[in-house]
Each structure stands twice: as C-alpha cells, then as structure tokens.
Design a binder for this molecule. Structure first.
Ligand code: MN
Length: 291
C-alpha cells in the first residue's frame, strides 16, 4: 500500500548553485538564496555561505550598516566574528555558535572578523518578519555553541537544533510567526535522517560537505536543493561519504516583499521611509533588547 502523502519524502524541485559575490567592505562569499527565490522560499530572504582560508577574503568585514524589517541568523563553523550594535551591545561568535538578530524597526551594527589568519566559515540566513512586526523593537541573542541542543537520532547522525524543534528536541530559538526550523546535520557515510515538515512550510537543504541524496536526487556539495511541497518529510541520506547539511524550513508569510539592500519591507513607500530614517540617524537611536 502506498504511504499517505503526509508521510512521503519531499522531492527536490530544483538544484541551485550559489553565486560568488562580495558584501560588506569586500568579504567574499557565496550567495545561495538570491532575491529571485524570495517568493518561492518565503519566509527566507537570503542565505550566504562563506568558507575561506585566505584572510584577504574576510579581513575587511562588515563595518557599520543598518537593517530594518527582518531577522538575521549567523551560524559559525570556524573562525570568530565580533558583533557590535548602535545600542552598545557586543558579542563574540565562535565555532559552533549562533546569533539571532531581529532588526525590527531598525538597528545599525557591525560584524567584524576577530582573527587575522586561519579559516573563516559560516552562514547568514535572513528570515522575514510579518508586516505587523516589522516595526517592533529590535533585539538579539548570542547563542554559545554549548547552548545549541544536539542529539543523535540514529547511529552516524548528529543533529544540532539551532531553531525550531526536531524529534522532540526544542532548539535554541523558537520564533512563533514563521516557525523557522534550522538544523545542522552531520551525517556519516551510510546514514539517514528524516524530519517531518508541515506540508505548507517551504524548505531547502544546503550541502556544505560531501553530497547527499534526497528522495532519489543527488544534492552535491555547495548546492541548495529546494524541496517541493509534495510530502510530509525531508529525508536526507549520505550514501557514499560523510556529509554536513543545513536543513531549513518555515511557514510562508504570503505578504508582499520589497527589498532594497539591507531593508526588507512590504511596500516601496516603506523602503523610502527606511532610507530616510537611516539618513536622519533614527535607526541608530533605538534601544536593543535581548531576544
Ligand atoms: Mn548585518
């Protein structure tokens, strides 16, 4: 008997190879989730991946810059980045740690390398806010590596639950509006991981080591596999070699998305207001709370 649709593995709808670009003051990175995919992967707006052993690729960092209207999630694999914001908050991101920052109505911050040599590797994911929360007070949380729950559902599988919940394990972060799931999967050769997902939630995997199989499609290293909304679970196997994979899913907002650089709002009128508020210094003025 065929399994009911809610139990079927989601297929891979499309493979995406990121594009090499630079951002900040010249940091070289790969933009995996680009602006043309924002509608398809609602509520996710951007995924940047960076991995380099050459300090010239990262030393310039991301000096003071504003954000409004969404949240940024930074997840580090290797290296150290220091965060400072306009309200005087400061935090150091090290290997295995994360930072969840809700820009809300506005923040000005910097993200700078805290090293002059060695590997820098990690990700930044942007998660949209619903229209009603875009002008809420900004906030952030630094999450040390030890505070990210980790479990082993099967032999050869380790799961770090940065956001959402997996197999009954609550992640470090829960966000009610879009219920984002962010898992870092470490799969030994021959292992398999299954994650039930609500059918309406948009989802993708990003393979950053090795390659994996998702419902019969090979997703190679440094590729994103967009999962079709055609089943109730993401099923990821590492057939041939060890692999590391981000699994990302969330509830779409279904609202208009207008992005200009570091601002993501619902209308171009709101974008123009954001630019005016930045120019007048209003984005620097607000207090930033702990999330
Ligand atoms: Mn930023």
């Amino acid at each position: 008997m065929p399994s009911p649709p809610e139990m079927q593995p989601r297929s891979v709808e499309r493979l995406v190879r990121g594009i090499a670009t630079s951002d900040g003051a010249g940091v070289r990175l790969t933009r995996v989730l680009t602006q043309d995919l924002q509608r398809r992967l609602d509520p996710f707006l951007l995924l940047d991946s960076f991995r380099t052993d050459d300090p010239e690729d990262y030393l310039s960092g991301f000096p003071d810059h504003p954000h409004r209207g969404f949240e940024t999630v930074t997840y580090m694999i290797a290296g150290r980045m220091r965060h400072r914001d306009s309200a005087g908050n400061e935090g150091l991101l090290g290997p295995g740690s994360a930072q969840w920052m809700s820009a809300g109505s506005g923040i000005v911050h910097s993200e700078m390398p805290e090293q002059e040599a060695g590997r820098m590797e990690g990700f930044q994911l942007w998660v949209n806010l619903p229209a009603r929360s875009k002008m809420s007070a900004p906030g952030y949380r630094d999450i040390p590596a030890a505070a990210i729950p980790e479990f082993a559902p099967d032999s050869g599988v380790r799961v770090r639950v940065i956001a959402g919940a997996s197999h009954g394990i609550a992640g470090a972060v829960e966000r009610p509006d879009t219920e984002p799931l962010l898992l870092d999967l470490q799969l030994a050769a021959g292992s398999r991981f299954e994650q039930p997902l609500p059918a309406a939630h948009n989802a993708f995997v990003y393979v950053y080591r090795g390659s994996v199989d998702v419902a019969g499609t090979t997703v190679p290293e440094r590729h994103m596999g967009i999962l079709a909304n055609d089943g109730g679970a993401a099923v990821v196997t590492a057939p041939a070699s060890d692999a590391r994979v981000l699994l990302v899913a969330g509830r779409p907002l279904g609202e208009p998305i207008v992005q200009q650089g570091p601002f993501v709002m619902n209308t171009s009128v709101e974008i123009r207001q954001a630019i005016r508020d930045f120019q007048s210094g209003a984005l620097q003025a607000g207090a930033v709370r702990k999330l």
